[in-house]
Design a protein around this ligand. Sequence first.
Ligand SMILES: C[S@@+](CC[C@H](N)C(=O)[O-])C[C@H]1O[C@@H](n2cnc3c(N)ncnc32)[C@H](O)[C@@H]1O
Length: 404
Amino acid sequence: MFPDGVGAYVDLMQNLIPEMKDGIVRTAIDTGCGVASWGGDLLDRGIITVSLAPRDNHEAQVQFALEHGIPAILGILSTHRLPFPSNSFDMAHCSRCLIPWPKFGVIYLVEIQRILRPGGFWVISGPPINYETHWKGWNTTIEEQKSNYEKLQELLTSMCFKLYNIKDDIAVWQKSTDKSCYKQLNTLDNYPPKCDDAIEPDSGWYTPLRPCVVVPNPKYKKSSLESIAKWPKRLHVAPERVVDVCASGGAFKKDNHKWKSRVKHYKKLLPALVMNVVSSYAPNTLPVVFDRGLIGTFHDWCEAFSTYPRTYDLLHVDGLFTTESHRCDMKYMLLEMDRILRPKGYTIIRESSYYIDAITTIAKGMKWDCFKEAAEYNIETEKVLICRKELESTCMVTYFRSGI
Ligand SMILES: C[S@@+](CC[C@H](N)C(=O)[O-])C[C@H]1O[C@@H](n2cnc3c(N)ncnc32)[C@H](O)[C@@H]1O
């Protein structure tokens, strides 16, 4: 899809969406990412992308992306919502992504509408865009592609998207910020209809897809793309959604300050790109992560993480065992961490002293080299365990032989 290279493709896209050039668009998702060339190119332009694809006949595309240091997770638009809260991404992209957007009661388009923030862009290239030029190469008829395009346009309009720009192979729609448009979703003949108020907009863990539109909550007045601060200022502004998880903007500032001093304590160990993982059982802080211009995903650490083995250079966990070990055995969480950690990769485990010794024993069984450090304020109740994974072959054999 990128005959002149992905750089030329993104140059063209930036001309259609000037907001990509000046820090307004900061977070993106690439559905059906292939080898994540798009997300990789955007990194150099200050836009951080979650590249998403399943393991299908395109093989280990997500592994390829992660090998190149591009944030990516295994995922599919199928029967369940994606693991993200509502109104999160500034932009979503699909280039020849083979997702049947108008089909199955439009549940896939509705999901894109949910995770995009108001004012966010949906960009599509490939069928049916520019069908007039390309239909012959798609093994179809011009009438069929024309009808597909018109259907897409009609559905998007009925979901409060507006065609923002279109040129050659790229079409851009924008999610509306206009309340009156969302009101019209209540009319009987509108399809897809507005979701029932009982449907939780942010739930993204084993939540079935439903053919209805999640209307942006009018109580949020500063979360749309046009009203949110530009990157990099955005990182330090208290998002308005912070009040849903902590009492005040003051608590946000305190947390920001705390983590600045903790990261300083870790010195040079932290990588440039972080996938922020919010436990599906914990308070929902993920909207705040996205509002700050960072990326993340919901996850339950009692299950496998949606990635290939040996894909992360560094794992950082803070109080995970204290909060989750009543739900599943600590060794399974550590085994999963070992699976996704690259040989010679590091883990930083911040835990209560109560758990640190037990974790150290299991970590040694997995052939991790660990040392215990005091926390930055040298308090007895909390410790930091820093471990490095040895080469995998010895690790797993020893782990199972040790009979832990
Ligand atoms: C033809 S490739 C295009 C890859 C890339 N976007 C490009 O333009 O080079 C199609 C992509 O869509 C993904 N895909 C197909 N169906 C999907 C679905 N239901 N949800 C998410 N990704 C899907 C495939 O795994 C693959 O990554």
